[in-house]
Design a protein around this ligand. Structure first.
Ligand code: GYE
Length: 327
C-alpha cells in the first residue's frame, strides 16, 4: 500500500518519473482507485472441470464484494502460462499474487522473483513442493491425502462382505498436481487394510471428462474384470460412466464408482445411483482468500496453512442436498 501511494504521488508530480516507476505498474493506482484498494493478480489453473468453474466464480464474486481489483488469468493447465502470468503481475506491481499451481514442482525461481519484488504470494487450492516456505505466506485449500483416505475407507467397508479379489482402476488427476499425488497416496494407504483390494490399472485423465472417458475406454478393453473405478474428480468419473455405458455395462452396479469433488453433475449421477460415493472438495475459497489477502497486505500475521472443511456423500445424502447445491 505504501508502494502504491508512492506511485500515485510520483504520477502526480512528474510524468517522467511515472514512466520510471514501470509502465503497467501505474495502472494499479489509476482509474480513480483509492489508496487502500487491493490489487490481486490471480493465476488460475484453467477451466478443466466443474470444480474449477465454481472456484473461478467464487474468486471473482468475492473479489468484487471485497472491492479487490482482480487481475485474472487462465493458464489452460500449462505451468509455463502460469509462470508468465505471475511475472506479468510482478511487473504490474500488484499488491498480492494468488495462484493455484497446476503442478507441485518448479516454482522456486518465479516465487523468488515475487519475494525480491516484495509482493506476497498466497497459494490457493493446490500447493507447491518448495522446501523454502518463506516463498509464500500461506496455503488455503483442502487436505487431499485425507480425501483419498475417505474414498479408500468407504471402499474397505463396502467390500467387507465381498468374497475374493476386488479389481480397482484409478483415473488420476493431472500428472504432478498435488491433488493427483495426494489423492492416490491417501487412497492406497486406506485400501492397504484389505489385501483383496488391488489397483490393477492407473492412468491420468487430466481431471477432464473427455480424459476420463478415453482412459476408461482403454481400461475396459484391456482389463476384463473391473469392479471399481476410483476417479480423482467427478468429471473423470462422469467420462468413465459414458465409457461404461457404451460398453453395455451398468455404472454403479456392474462397476462401482467413487469420485472426489461433489459438484452438481457429480451429485446428480450419485443421486441416480451411477456413482456410489463422493468425497467432497470445496471450491468456494473466494471469501477466505480475500480475507487472507487483506491481512497479508496489511502486514498482519496469517496462519501458514488454512484447511478447508469437507464431508462425504452417499446416494441418499446426495438426493437430500441436490436441490440446494450451489455449484
Ligand atoms: O478436484 C479437480 C480440479 O485442485 C482440488 O482440480 C482441485 C482439483 C479438483 O480440476 O476437479
Amino acid at each position: 500500500m505504501f508502494r502504491k501511494s508512492l506511485v500515485a504521488v510520483v504520477a502526480a508530480t512528474t510524468l517522467a518519473l511515472t514512466a520510471c516507476g514501470g509502465g503497467s505498474g501505474s495502472d494499479s493506482g489509476g482509474g480513480g482507485a483509492s489508496d487502500d484498494t487491493i490489487t490481486m493478480g490471480f493465476a488460475q489453473v484453467g477451466a478443466e472441470s466443474g470444480w474449477r468453474t465454481a472456484n473461478t466464480k467464487s474468486i471473482q464474486e468475492s473479489a468484487e464484494e471485497a472491492g479487490v481489483d482482480l487481475k485474472f488469468s487462465d493458464a489452460q493447465q500449462k505451468q509455463e502460462n502460469q509462470i508468465k502470468a505471475i511475472r506479468s503481475y510482478i511487473q504490474q506491481q500488484v499488491d498480492v499474487i494468488a495462484f493455484s499451481p497446476v503442478v507441485e514442482s518448479g516454482w522456486d525461481t518465479v516465487l523468488k522473483e515475487a519475494k525480491d519484488a516484495e509482493i506476497p504470494v498466497i497459494l490457493t487450492d493446490r500447493s507447491v513442493d518448495s522446501t523454502d516456505t518463506s516463498l509464500y505466506r500461506t496455503f488455503l485449500g483442502s487436505d487431499f491425502v485425507e480425501e483419498g483416505k475417505k474414498a479408500g475407507d468407504w471402499l474397505v467397508e463396502d467390500s467387507a462382505s465381498a468374497e475374493g479379489p476386488v479389481n480397482i482402476v484409478e483415473l488420476q488427476g493431472t500428472t504432478g498436481a498435488a491433488p493427483a499425488i495426494d489423492r492416490k497416496e491417501g487412497f492406497e494407504a486406506a485400501i492397504a487394510a484389505d489385501p483383496d483390494l488391488t489397483i490393477v490399472e492407473s492412468q491420468t485423465g487430466d481431471f477432464t471428462r473427455s480424459g476420463g472417458k478415453q482412459v476408461m475406454e482403454a481400461f475396459l478393453k484391456n482389463t476384463p474384470d473391473i469392479d471399481v473405478v476410483y476417479a480423482h474428480n467427478d468429471d473423470m468419473g462422469l467420462g468413465a460412466i459414458e465409457a461404461i455405458e457404451a460398453a453395455g455395462k451398468v455404472p454403479g452396479q456392474d462397476i462401482k464408482i467413487i469420485t472426489v469433488d461433489a459438484v452438481k453433475d457429480g451429485m446428480t449421477a450419485l443421486a441416480e445411483g451411477k456413482i456410489n460415493y463422493i468425497v467432497e472438495c470445496n471450491p468456494l475459497l473466494g471469501d477466505q482468500l480475500m480475507d487472507l489477502a487483506a491481512k497479508v497486505v496489511a502486514g498482519e500475521e496469517v496462519p501458514a496453512r488454512v484447511v478447508t472443511e469437507e464431508t462425504t456423500f452417499t446416494p441418499e445424502q446426495a438426493k437430500e442436498v441436490l436441490a440446494s447445491r450451489e455449484y
